[in-house]
Design a protein around this ligand. Structure first.
Ligand code: C6P
Length: 421
């Protein structure tokens, strides 16, 4: 087989954690921005992509581009095999019992919309309650609000403590026989709080409710076991876990998915279609995958999960915790800087505001020094409003970040603050 235009990956990762070696997998990390070496600290928005994942696209389109599940020819077979192989990799990555429970979507956002429009529309009505944590990303708020407007159920908010940890006593008190669903992220994108989702799932189930866990910020940083958590639904995006944009995952328990109606109709998701007798639907997971999916993206996501497993999620998690501790210590030395989100259990996200310096200005100026951080509300406006701010600066770390980069970031931040104050 020919691998034209495919660059050989440098992917030997051995213990101890070899961050210099690992960085070689990411061509983008070699680039400069405004004449300065790129320091990429916006990983919660999207992580960078290893060369072996980038190569999937050249390989797929150069060698076996074909529509899946429908053709009998060799290319269609190869594409189908690679696509379904990626599904199996996702299954293993989150320890789902069956690959039938792994639905490919366009991203985390689409996965929430799928559950809201399929499960939500058929299981929620006036008098019911849906609990949504204050830490949620808009993607796990707005689909439920849209549905509540139509169906008349009530949304209640699980509050947070001052450190950004969820108030578990309040959560227990909010759970009643009216609660049908709990919406919570595994890790908060805005503050980095790691939520006790296993305990929350158990409490939800005791109350007779389901739980949907937003794993968009957890899947890249820690081992996820949907069976251990006992999540009813678990969601994540490919582009935050070293994969491409345009693909995400919905895991759902088979017993739930089986009885949920399709939410989009079209090819791929049917068994038979007739004007006289109507339509019958395909078995899981295809019932929820109408139309031609993002085939190359799904295969590339499988490769990204290979890369992540090869480095090791435990090793990545430990490394990122070191970066979190170091960056927190360094940032705390800056006058007038306040970190939002200081919960005991945190992933490698540091959100902060600086007295006398607007977050937006910091973001723009620090970019001139080659440092990419995110500024704004991080699609978590209710959380930021609760803490009395409209915007923060957020540095978020990935497997390839280094202490040297944190030094550059903190030095650059000091310069920028001096400029704007
Ligand atoms: N957060 C961030 O900078 P999509 O856009 O569908 O891939 O992911 C949405 C999403 C859902 N949940 C959480 C916890 C998220 O962090 C995100 C995306 C990005 O924080 C973009 S706002």
């Amino acid at each position: 087989m020919s691998h034209t235009a495919v660059v050989t990956p440098q992917s030997a990762h051995q213990a101890p954690y070899n961050v210099a070696k690992l960085r070689e997998d990411f061509p983008i990390l070699k680039r400069e921005v405004h004449g300065k070496p790129l320091v990429y600290l916006d990983n919660a928005a999207t992580s960078q992509t290893p060369i072996e994942v980038i190569n999937v696209f050249a390989d797929y389109y150069g060698r076996y581009n074909a529509n899946i599940h429908r053709g009998l020819h060799t290319l269609a077979d190869e594409a189908t095999e690679a696509f379904e192989g990626a599904r199996e990799k996702v299954r293993a990555f989150i320890n789902a019992p069956s690959s039938r429970e792994v639905i490919f979507t366009r991203g985390a956002t689409e996965a929430f919309n799928l559950v809201a429009n399929s499960w939500g529309r058929t299981h929620l009505s006036a008098g019911d309650e849906v609990l949504i944590s204050m830490l949620e990303h808009h993607a796990n708020i707005v689909p439920w609000q849209l549905l509540a407007q139509q169906l008349g159920f009530t949304i209640k908010v699980i509050p947070v403590h001052a450190d950004g940890a969820l108030d578990m006593n309040a959560y227990r008190a909010l759970l009643t026989e009216r609660t049908r669903l709990v919406c919570v992220n595994h890790v908060s994108n805005a503050f980095g709080t790691i939520n006790p989702v296993k305990e929350m799932a158990s409490l939800a189930h005791q109350a007779g409710a389901l739980i949907i866990v937003d794993g968009a910020q957890a899947a890249p940083h820690q081992r996820v076991d949907v069976q251990d958590i006992d999540a009813d639904f678990y969601v994540f995006s490919g582009h935050k876990v070293y994969g491409p944009t345009g693909v995400g995952v919905l895991y759902g328990k088979q017993s739930l998915l089986e009885v949920m109606p399709p939410w989009q109709g079209g090819g791929e998701m049917i068994d038979t279609v007739s004007f006289e007798h109507g339509t019958t639907f395909a078995a899981l997971p295809h019932k929820f995958e109408a139309g031609t999916p993002a085939i190359a993206e799904v295969i590339a996501l499988g490769k990204a999960l290979d890369w992540t497993e090869n480095v090791g999620l435990d090793a990545i998690g430990e490394w990122e915790q070191q970066l979190l501790t170091y960056s927190t210590q360094q940032l705390q030395t800056i006058d007038g800087l306040r970190i939002l989100g200081t919960a005991e259990h945190k992933a490698a996200v540091v959100s902060f505001v600086v007295e006398g310096a607007h977050a937006q200005d910091i973001g723009l100026l620090i970019d001139q020094l080659g440092v990419a951080v995110r500024t704004g509300h991080h699609c978590a406006q209710p959380l930021l409003h609760h803490f009395g701010v409209e915007a923060t600066c957020r540095a978020s770390f990935a497997a390839y970040n280094t202490r040297d980069e944190i030094d550059i970031f903190v030095t650059s931040l000091r310069r920028v603050i001096d400029m704007v104050r």
